[in-house]
Design a protein around this ligand. Structure first.
Ligand SMILES: [Zn+2]
Ligand SMILES: [Zn+2]
Length: 160
């Protein structure tokens, strides 16, 4: 867990009069051990590798706290499930490109897009708070070769 995560979480917990617990620490550790986007169930699985006693309910509650203090962000990847994104601390303006065939997710950051989002939002009379663009597209590998390594990996994952 990085110093920034630790510090922001401690301040937030204190403001809510919540204590640091061992289980909460394990969950936070697991959430920031990856650069991948994950679901609550994915995180529960990661956490159980470290501590088998952590319940799904505790994972859900802690996820709620991490979103509330802006350490994690909830994102939609077009898969009927909410994903959690640990990468906004490092890349606050990043967006997602999602392959509709294999489900591969690519993050991108572009200052022109950030500027454009700001302009559009202000022109419509809003103040930008959080913004991100989600583009669905087909990845090059699949259209070029008719096969995609990520598709194979995703299928293997779903049939675990
Ligand atoms: Zn992301
Ligand atoms: Zn693809």
């Amino acid at each position: 867990m990085t110093e920034i995560v630790r510090q922001r979480l401690d301040e937030f917990l204190a403001s809510k009069e919540l204590r640091r617990t061992k289980q909460r620490d394990v969950i936070v550790e697991a959430a920031f051990s990856t650069k991948e986007h994950f679901t609550a169930d994915d995180l529960h699985e990661m956490v159980r590798k470290i501590d088998r006693t952590v319940s799904r309910a505790t994972v859900y509650r802690t996820l709620g706290l991490l979103v509330e203090c802006s350490l994690l962000r909830e994102i939609e990847l077009g898969r009927d499930q909410t994903y959690y994104d640990p990468n906004f601390l490092d890349k606050p303006e990043h967006n997602h490109l999602v392959c509709t065939d294999c489900g591969r997710v690519v993050e991108f950051q572009d200052e022109h897009i950030a500027l454009l989002e700001d302009c559009i939002t202000r022109r419509l009379g809003f103040t930008p708070a959080s913004k991100s663009i989600h583009i669905e597209a087909s990845c090059e590998e699949l259209s070029r070769s008719g096969k995609c390594g990520y598709q194979v990996a995703a299928l293997a994952r779903d049939h675990r």
